[in-house]
Structures are given as C-alpha cells and as structure tokens.
Design a binder for this molecule. Structure first.
Ligand SMILES: NC(=O)c1ccc[n+]([C@@H]2O[C@H](COP(=O)([O-])OP(=O)(O)OC[C@H]3O[C@@H](n4cnc5c(N)ncnc54)[C@H](O)[C@@H]3O)[C@@H](O)[C@H]2O)c1
Length: 413
C-alpha cells in the first residue's frame, strides 16, 4: 500500500523508523506546511515532497494518508483526505470535538474508506497478551481496574532541548495547550475499551494544577472512574504531575494481572493468584484423592468453607483444621506470582518507548486491502474520544457513543 505522511514533525520520526517492520507499506510522498521539514524527510527516505495538502492529494499514487499534524489540524486534514477518496490513519485525537469526529466517521463510512486512529499500542504484544488472558478467564470475574498514565513532571524537565533524530524539537507549547488528557489518555482508554467493551459512564476530576506552564490552563491532572456497560469499573489517572507510572492492575476474583508500562510493547505481564475461599474449595475438590482422611471429614471441612453451610459444630471445625494442615501447599500454588510469556516475542524498535508506531498504519492498510473491519476503526476512535473528553472535562458523563467487540490480532488468538 502506497502511503503519504502529512506532518513531518516530532512524531513523524517514530513512524519513519518503524516503517521498515512493514515491508507492505511504501512511503511515496510527504507534506508539511513547513517546507524544510518535508524536504528533510523526503530526502532521507526517498519520497516525493509537497508543500501543501492539495498538491499531495493530486498525486494519484497515494492510497493512504498518515495524518501526523498537530491535534488542531487533525479534523481539517483528515476530512480533506477522505473527501479526496483516500484512506486515513490519524494520530490521536481523531478530532478535537465529538461532532467533528462523528462527521469524519460518517464521511469515511459513506465513501467506503478506512479511517483509523492512533494510538496503536493495543496491537502490541503486551496488550494482546492481556487480552488473551482475559478471554481465557485466568482472573475469574474482573471487578476493578487501576490504570495509570502519569508521565512525570514534564514541566520541570529540560523539555525545550528535546529533539528527535531528524533534529525537530518537541512541540512543548502545543503539548501543554492540548493537555495531557487529549495527548495521553487514549493509550489506556484503547486498552480498556478493547478489553471490556464500551463505557457507560465516567465520573472525573480534572484540573490544571500548574497554570504557569501554558496560557491555555489545560488539565494536567485528571482522575476518572469508568463504569463499563458490562459492570467492570476502572480508575484511570492521567497527569504530567505525578511520578512516571504507566502501569495497569486488573483485579479479578481469582487473581490480579499487572503490566508495568503500556508504552513498551514488550512490557512484562504478570499474574498473581488470589487466596480466596471459592478457589480453596475448588482446589480441595480437585485434590480429594491425594488428601487422605475420610470422605465425611472432607465434606465437613468443605461445608465450613461456605457461608451458607458453615456451622458452629466442633466436629466440623476440627475436620477443617485437619484438612487445612494437609493442604498447606495449596496456598503456595494458589497465590503463585508468575510472568506470562508474551503471545509472541516483541520486536525491538530502538525507540525509547518500544512502540511500533507504524503497526496501526499497517492494520489500516491491511483492512483496506482485504475490505475488512479495522481494529482501530472510526467507531472505536469516536468512543475513545468521547471517553477522553469526559475525562478532560470532569464531572459525570453518560456516554452517547458505543462500539463493537475488539478482535485480537491473528497471532494472539
Ligand atoms: N510528540 C510526541 O512525542 C508524540 C508522540 C505520539 C504521538 N504524538 C501525536 O502526533 C501528532 C503530531 O505531534 P508532533 O509532536 O509530531 O507535533 P509537531 O508540531 O512536532 O509536528 C506537527 C507537524 O505538522 C505540521 N502541520 C500542522 N498542520 C498542518 C497542515 N494543515 N498541513 C501540513 N502540515 C501541517 C506542522 O508544521 C508540524 O511540522 C499529535 O497528534 C500528537 O498528539 C506526538
């Protein structure tokens, strides 16, 4: 599939450096309203160079446009590309407002085009391993989730000196104006929605705690509680205030699953079993033959592990004590803490955050080629955007949008 990149700024470097992992993607053209930036990329990657979008869209070779412009340009650029009959993969957010995002989704659907949106870390090996564990029921019923998207106190660092490998500075003004919720919440919202489906409501606190860093006073500290339609509840934090932490904790009745960093495709996934009475009862029943003692003693002991059947009977209490002595090893087995092998080894991208940015582009290109539903579809991105806006704006929001079930990657089924 022949691609064009619009927006040759800071993030473009991460796409360009991961394109090589997808030989089916061919970069043919680039464009930036800053001609020098477009020329640097065009020269280094052997692509045609355009100073404006209309000229780029006149290039009949271009099948899919990767929109890496600033968030305020996303809507305009994506709409123009869809109008011109091109598939689009856009950096997040899909648009700055819900009506604009909805318009893009409708336009893409009407024209039979793919509209995909970053982030694509949900297609990474760690996320896909979590999805597989959840589908296998490893944790039993999931009750709560804690997800942290804290990027550290960026505003106290030497951010004005940061450059990518093309020499482009980190666009700190834009980052602080857009705010960390619009910039980062989707890295976890996409995971949560892929794992548990659509969110029904969000209650959030969101504020700018350090107004001095930007005139816009965009929120730099947000905490939201998401209630999913399926009953799961998730707490999501998103800040550039709290120390760097991009961890996930999933709390199930049979155990807990943790991921240390959603910005690393090779982040370790760990599962720790929970010592609960239902699990202990199941363990005893499964190991009946090896435990010795009479059937009646076991039945008595089991009855004491169930609130409906437990009694004050001394015989039953003694039976439980005797059986428990023999099942001491069950606790070690039930509460084992282990790293789950990733569904497949993750590639090393060489980027500080080991994310294959081009994987989302490849997903869209493949969906366009095979005329199938894209995992990062407009419907999915629209729902993620509505969640992002609800988190950014604070208060309680009943969500209007929804989305269908998320398909695991073929290598993670
Ligand atoms: N900076 C990061 O570390 C990072 C990481 C992941 C994702 N992102 C996302 O990537 C996107 C771009 O961020 P960035 O950091 O590269 O910003 P940037 O300011 O460095 O680059 C954006 C580029 O787009 C160009 N541009 C803007 N509007 C345009 C238009 N209408 N036509 C042509 N060119 C236009 C600008 O001239 C600029 O060169 C944002 O959505 C951001 O959220 C950024």
């Amino acid at each position: 599939v022949k691609l064009a990149i619009v927006g040759c700024g800071y993030v473009a470097d991460f796409y360009l450096r991961t394109l090589a992992f997808h030989p089916e993607l061919e970069l043919v053209a680039v464009c930036d309203r800053d001609p020098a930036r477009a020329k640097t990329v065009a020269d280094r990657y052997g692509a045609r160079c355009y100073d404006d979008l209309d000229a780029l869209l006149g290039d009949r070779d271009v099948q899919l446009v990767v929109n890496l412009t600033n968030p305020s340009s996303h809507y305009e650029v994506s709409r123009t590309c869809l109008d011109a009959g091109r598939h689009v993969y856009s950096e997040k957010p899909l648009a700055m407002t819900l009506p604009e995002a909805r318009e893009l989704m409708t336009l893409a659907e009407r024209r039979g085009l793919i509209l995909g949106t970053a982030p694509c870390n949900v297609l990474g090996e760690s996320a896909q391993t979590v999805l597989q564990q959840l589908r296998a029921g490893t944790l039993g019923t999931v009750r709560a989730v804690h997800a942290e998207m804290d990027d550290g106190a960026v505003y106290l660092k030497d951010y004005w000196l940061w450059r990518n490998s093309l020499g482009v500075p980190w666009p700190f003004r834009d980052e602080f104006d857009v705010g960390c919720v619009m910039e980062h919440a989707a890295y976890y919202l996409t995971w949560l929605v892929a794992f548990w489906g659509p969110v029904a409501s969000i209650t959030a606190f969101s504020e700018c705690l350090v107004p001095s860093k930007s005139a816009s006073r965009s929120s730099d500290y947000a905490v939201g509680v998401l209630r999913f339609a399926n009953g799961v509840v998730a707490r999501l934090t998103c800040s550039i205030i709290a120390p760097e932490n991009r961890g996930l904790l999933v709390i199930g009745e049979d155990g807990q699953l943790s991921v240390s960093d959603c910005w690393q495709y090779d982040s370790e996934v760990r599962v720790r079993g929970a010592m609960t009475m239902p699990r202990l009862r199941r363990w005893i029943e499964d190991h009946r033959g090896e435990l010795g003692g009479s059937e009646q003693e076991l039945a008595s002991a089991l009855s004491m592990l169930e609130p409906r059947t437990a009694t004050d009977d001394l015989g039953a209490k003694l039976a439980l004590r005797r059986v428990m002595k023999r099942v001491a090893e069950a606790e070690t087995e039930l509460t084992s803490d282990r790293a789950i092998p990733l569904v497949r080894p993750a590639i090393a991208t060489g980027l500080d955050n080991n994310m294959d940015f081009s994987r989302g582009v490849a997903e869209c290109a493949d969906a366009a080629l095979h005329r199938r539903q894209c995992r990062l579809s407009g419907e999915f991105a629209l729902h993620v955007l509505e969640c992002t806006l609800a988190l950014r704006d604070g208060g309680t929001t009943a969500l209007e949008t929804s989305c269908g079930a998320f398909e695991p990657m073929p290598w993670a089924r």
